[in-house]
Design a binder for this molecule. Structure first.
Ligand code: CA
Length: 234
């Protein structure tokens, strides 16, 4: 990626200036939108490599922008980092469940944000290997088409959930630490909070439960992290 293009959707002037200055200095191309509708339009037309998305925006909320971006083919794989003003878990969970990959809570340091941006961009550069698919108890991950089906029904996953499930299903029964899951799903060198993984696991469990029932397929391993069930039997 020569000069990655970042779309900043934010309505606080001071923060926009600081982000633009910082990311330009670090070699990024920056585009700014100051309300939700403008942000959505610019994302769809300019196709940035990553979106920084404020939650509270005029004309259209960050959550709405996020779910719109996820529902269009051209924009559904663009990494999104939510900038949340309040340290309220409900906002973060909502943001991640509508498809954001990560979030930072204001006020944040530009340096930390940059590390998260780099981690997500590295992740999206990785190309899937050819012809690779993973199958386990009715779930099929097609890595070429970037699709997951359960008993032939298409499962709609965010890019992060996809990678998370892929990691777990490569070795059913093996427990992964939150750190390992973060590296696999969000990116090498990511320094996100471990709680972020818990939130992604929670939304992933809900989506799987729609097809496979309430049984816990992604098991919590106390003191370690998570593992996927080896079989559908008890
Ligand atoms: Ca705002």
């Amino acid at each position: 990626m020569s000069q990655p293009r970042i779309l900043i959707i934010e309505d606080e002037r001071g923060l926009i200036q600081s982000l633009e200055w910082y990311f330009k200095r670090e070699g990024y191309e920056t585009i700014v939108a100051t309300d939700g509708q403008e942000g959505l339009t610019k994302a769809q037309t300019l196709l940035p490599d990553l979106v920084l998305l404020d939650l509270m925006l005029p004309t259209m909320s960050g959550l709405e922008v996020c779910s719109q971006l996820r529902s269009f083919d051209k924009t559904k794989l663009i990494p999104i980092i939510m900038l949340t003003a309040r340290a309220e878990e409900s906002d973060e969970i909502e943001g991640l469940s509508v498809g954001a990959d990560d979030y930072v809570t204001k006020p944040f340091s530009n340096k930390i944000l940059l590390q998260r941006v780099r981690a997500l961009l590295r992740r999206s550069e990785v190309q899937p290997e050819n012809g690779d698919s993973i199958q386990h108890i009715g779930i099929c991950i097609d890595r070429v088409r970037h699709q997951v089906t359960i008993h032939d029904e298409l499962l709609e996953l965010t890019p992060t959930e996809f990678r998370l499930l892929e990691c777990l299903l490569r070795q059913p029964g093996r427990a992964f630490t939150r750190h390992q899951l973060m590296q696999a799903s969000i990116g090498e060198g990511s320094i996100v909070l471990e709680r972020t993984i818990d939130v992604h696991i929670k939304t992933l469990r809900k989506k799987i439960a729609v097809y496979l029932g309430e049984k816990e397929y992604i098991e919590t391993v106390r003191g370690v992290g998570y593992r996927f069930r080896e079989s559908s039997e008890d």
